[in-house]
Design a binder for this molecule. Structure first.
Ligand SMILES: Nc1ncnc2c1ncn2[C@@H]1O[C@H](COP(=O)(O)OP(=O)(O)OP(=O)(O)O)[C@@H](O)[C@H]1O
Ligand SMILES: [Mg+2]
Length: 219
């Protein structure tokens, strides 16, 4: 499903080499966690896997197709069709309700309004927030906001779900809810990459990888 071959990333503005000769193979339906210290390259790796950034060297194959050198509009389309993101800090739009936030990725896909709202409602029901559809992010707890973000990540039925520190800043109970939802997505057949500082969270994955100064081990 996801394959990196001799992948490197250098940020030219800072001169930092954030990924060094990374080889990674994530099969369809895998649940993989990636841990590593702050600055080890975890978010960089997520941005590459999520087609939000491109490699400096090496190859990235997504679903068997080489996506290393595609133009931005093609990357944006693939991203919207195949990838769901869960970010640290939720990144919900503050002026919109939970339902509107969840429906947003479907707008980008040009899906008609009635279907958008129906699918957004189903996605919110799946994360246990049917009663909160009209609430704005500032009217929800951190754990609820992250569940809205999970609903938004899966509303397009992406094959791949990428989660960057999805439990950061949540209390243990809310963090457990988020991890249980990820377990559920895994069982439903999504391919999951979980990036986390939290070793207990990492243990939920079927396969655990480790990044140190841009070098990935166990991939
Ligand atoms: N946009 C950028 N421009 C320049 N350098 C960057 C950029 N993003 C990250 N870096 C550098 O690349 C390295 C890896 O950063 P990255 O954000 O991937 O680490 P991380 O493992 O996600 O850290 P954290 O656990 O703190 O989130 C760091 O040295 C960072 O300073
Ligand atoms: Mg990070």
């Amino acid at each position: 499903m996801l394959k990196l071959i001799h992948a490197s990333k250098i940020y030219h503005d800072s001169g930092v080499q954030a990924l060094r000769d990374v080889n990674l193979h994530v099969a369809a339906g895998d649940y993989v966690s990636i841990t590593g210290a702050s600055g080890s390259g975890k978010s960089t790796l997520m941005h590459i896997l999520g087609l939000l950034d491109t490699l400096s060297a090496g190859q990235y194959l997504l679903g068997g197709a080489d996506v290393s050198c595609l133009p931005p509009h093609t990357l944006a389309r693939l991203r919207s069709e195949q990838i769901g993101f869960i970010f640290q800090g939720f990144r919900l739009l503050p002026g919109m309700t939970a339902l509107e936030n969840v429906a947003l990725p479907l707008t980008l896909q040009g899906i008609p309004r009635t279907e958008r709202l129906e699918r957004a409602e189903q996605a919110l029901a799946r994360v246990g927030l049917s009663e909160r559809t009209t609430h704005r992010p500032d009217q929800l707890s951190g754990g609820q906001q992250q569940r809205v973000a999970i609903a938004r990540a899966v509303v397009t039925k992406p094959r791949v779900v990428l989660a960057d520190e999805p439990t950061a800043g949540l209390d243990p109970e809310a963090a457990e809810d988020v991890l249980s939802l990820l377990d559920g997505l895994h069982h439903a057949g999504h391919t999951i990459v979980l990036i986390t500082h939290d070793r207990a969270a990492a243990l939920r994955a079927a396969r655990r990888l480790y990044l140190e100064s841009g070098v990935l081990s166990g991939g």
